[in-house]
Design a protein around this ligand. Sequence first.
Ligand code: PMP
Ligand code: GLN
Length: 381
Amino acid sequence: VHPIFDNLPTTIFERMSGLARQHGAINLGQGFPDDQGPLPVRQAAARALIEGSNQYPPMRGLPELRAAVAGHYARRQDLSLDPDTEIVVTSGATEALAAAFTALISPGDEVVLFQPLYDAYLPLVRRAGGVPRLVRLAPPHWRFDRAMLEAAFTERTRLVVLNSPLNPAGIVTPDEDLALLAEFCVRHDAIAVCDEVWEAVVFDGRRHRPLITVPGMRERTVKIGSAGKLFGMTGWKVGFLMAAPPLAKALAAAHQFLTFTTPPNLQVGVAWGLDNHRAWFDEMPVALQRSRDRLTAGLRDAGYVVLDSQGTYFLNVDLQASGVTVDDATFCERSVVEHGVAAIPVSAFYAEDPVTTVARLCFAKADATLDEAVGRLAKAR
Ligand code: PMP
Ligand code: GLN
């Protein structure tokens, strides 16, 4: 076994969902909604499964899906993308990330990453021979500044990985920070890999601004999206990567030997949804914002200090400020085993120097589930 994967533990999401099942706990750990996603979109995929093709679709994705992706981002983010040369359909955002790291990193290249970081990044970057340069973000604002970027970027910087909205922090990178990061990318001739799977889940009238639209970034950014997150069907594993033609070509070359294609019927369902189920993109964040507010209010009433959540399915509890004396891992272990609520310790998103005082809770659940969880957590402080 390669040393990077030797003894690599099972992911915190899998582990916590396992503990939740084992203890019959409410699972506010792993991020997924407790409903099954929009029925018409599932029906479109079902029709395609029965009546459509179940053979290999084109390697870069069905033309109708690539056209639908271009239409969606033109409407929602003012982006102009050529479906033939700038969009590749992948098996989830995870595969798009793997394709980007495989295609763009040569051994010894430095990759700037922000902690807290999504668990897939580091093993994939390292396996590609990349040398991580970690920027540590911390609550309550989770922001970077010029000095942090000065310390991380060098003449060997090849890539920077930006996740905004940021899982688990729930923040949206402000425009001025995007501009700052763009300045460093241009100065160091670096490519940005933007994990924007949470782009549609932003609250309080915010909009998501993609880094690829910042001046200087159009030719040096890979933007990654996920239909699983756009439609709240996390098991679908249909993703897309968007980049200028030479970058898209390089990533497609890697994609063809990772999965080659993605199930055609799911692609038809996603294309149908992007074209025809548009009201969803206005309604879904409003519904989730209500759930965020409900869980926030309940937890505050129970004496917890809740951090600001601007996007994603998640809010964070500042355990230390809430008077909890144990660290996040201990709190989450006790919470699932003794109190029947699974949460994710935010320290799991750090490779070094972890923040150990914050627990992440998923609020994409029915009101009654959130209320019951609050009742149980009230006893966990
Ligand atoms: N990036 C981030 C930040 C995520 O939170 C997730 C999963 N929720 C992914 C990537 C993976 O997306 P997908 O399921 O489309 O592979
Ligand atoms: N993205 C999901 C989360 O953050 C988990 C995905 C997974 O289980 N790998 O909860």
